[in-house]
Design a binder for this molecule. Structure first.
Ligand code: FNR
Length: 366
């Protein structure tokens, strides 16, 4: 009844299988987004408003889409972004994603709210494998400091501070599933109210008082590069540069936070021309996430100025449906699509991806 893994030909195919085979609570938590899920849909449709202007007669016999992110090399310009509660979808949880990332030389961002213990995820990494830490900032800064410094000591190469979640968005599909605490490794140390769905149950420790004034403190407790995850306007990108952080992730949290947030790729197209005008385009690394399902999406983001992209749900769905084989195949499919996309667009390496290769006019006028 369940399709063979070989019958999944792209990342969206995994979602269709996962919807059928996953437990309802897990499907509800992974797939849900805020309110009416308008931003969730926009994360896909924004990419449909960007078209290519390929170059022809470029010798693309050999194409190389490897790159570096925060100074570390990787095989392809995407990373596995942080998604909480991996054990809802698969008994082994996040370490499944770790193993596939190792196999494909892809960077993994470890969530604060992982189901597996942090040390287990770091311990599952292969030699030289690069991992980052996603941080939800606790009201108790001593706890936060311990988490950050432990991650640095264990070799994490980047600190991604989530800045778009002073309160968790309202995800009704998740709330309706009556979350039961299964698969969670609650780090808040507080009793959890599970009547509001999985997300709210585990997130009450997050500090809504976090502000720009806290950034110097983070810089004082760690040498890891700092990236602000969840920026949504060029003004805040400029502030991030002024604050001296190494990167931002333009993101609306997969549509799970502020409903009617714009897509990250639209924010990117707003941001880069302003940064270029101010001479700031090389002062910070810009990442985007949300709705990336195809190598053409990755190519569009890189043409518009992103250093790399994060991918969330597709790997959760592949893992939930097929375990590590599923995640391995999802990553391989993206690599195959990427090789073809680079050739057809006429780019031999990522430094040749530039804004002239896309027509993004209807991104804003539609
Ligand atoms: C997330 N995301 C997220 N972000 C974060 O900073 N901390 C977290 O704990 C989580 N948890 C989480 C759980 C699940 C189930 C999802 C789907 C997402 C947001 C995530 O990092 C990323 O911004 C989006 O998932 C990207 O969108 P796509 O690729 O899922 O469309």
């Amino acid at each position: 009844e369940m399709p063979l893994l070989e019958q999944c030909y792209n990342l969206l195919d995994f979602e269709a299988v996962a919807r059928r085979v996953m437990k309802k609570t897990a499907w509800g938590y992974y797939s849900s987004a805020a309110d009416d899920e308008i931003t969730l849909r926009e994360n896909h449709s924004a990419f449909h408003r960007i078209w290519f202007r390929p170059r022809v007669l470029i010798d693309v016999e050999k194409v190389d889409f490897s790159t570096t992110m925060l100074g570390t090399p990787c095989s392809i310009p995407f990373y596995v972004t942080a998604t909480a509660l991996g054990k809802l979808g698969h008994a082994e949880g996040e370490v499944v994603l770790t193993r596939s990332s190792a196999k494909h030389n892809v960077i993994q961002m470890i969530p604060t709210l992982a189901s597996c213990a942090f040390d287990e995820i770091v311990g599952a990494a292969g030699p030289g494998q690069v991992q980052w830490l996603q941080l939800y900032v606790n009201k108790d800064r001593a706890i936060t400091q311990r988490i950050v410094q432990h991650a640095e000591k264990r070799g994490c190469k980047g600190l991604f501070i989530t800045v778009d979640a002073p309160q968790l968005g309202r995800r009704e599909k998740d709330m309706r599933m009556k979350f039961t605490d299964e698969g969670s490794n609650v780090q808040s140390g507080q009793a959890t109210d599970t009547s509001q769905g999985a997300a709210r149950a585990i997130s009450s420790f997050i500090d809504p008082g976090l502000s720009w004034d806290d950034i110097p403190w983070f810089q004082s407790i760690t040498k890891m590069p700092i990236v602000l995850k969840g920026v949504q306007r060029v003004e805040d990108v400029v502030k991030a540069i002024e604050a001296g952080v190494q990167g931002v992730v333009l993101s609306n949290h997969g549509g799970r936070q502020l409903e009617f947030s714009r897509s990250a790729v639209e924010v990117l197209a707003e941001t880069m021309p302003v940064l270029r005008q101010l001479g700031l385009e090389n002062k910070i690394e810009i990442y985007v996430d949300g709705g990336i399902r195809r190598a053409t999406d990755i190519l569009k983001a890189l043409c518009l100025g992103a250093r790399g992209v994060g991918i969330g749900r597709p790997f959760l769905y592949a893992m939930s449906a097929y375990g590590q084989d599923g995640v391995d195949r999802a990553m391989q499919l993206l690599k195959d699509e990427m090789e073809m996309g680079m050739r057809l667009v006429g780019a031999r390496n990522v430094s040749e991806l530039n804004p002239t290769l896309v027509d993004a006019r209807s991104l804003f006028n539609h």
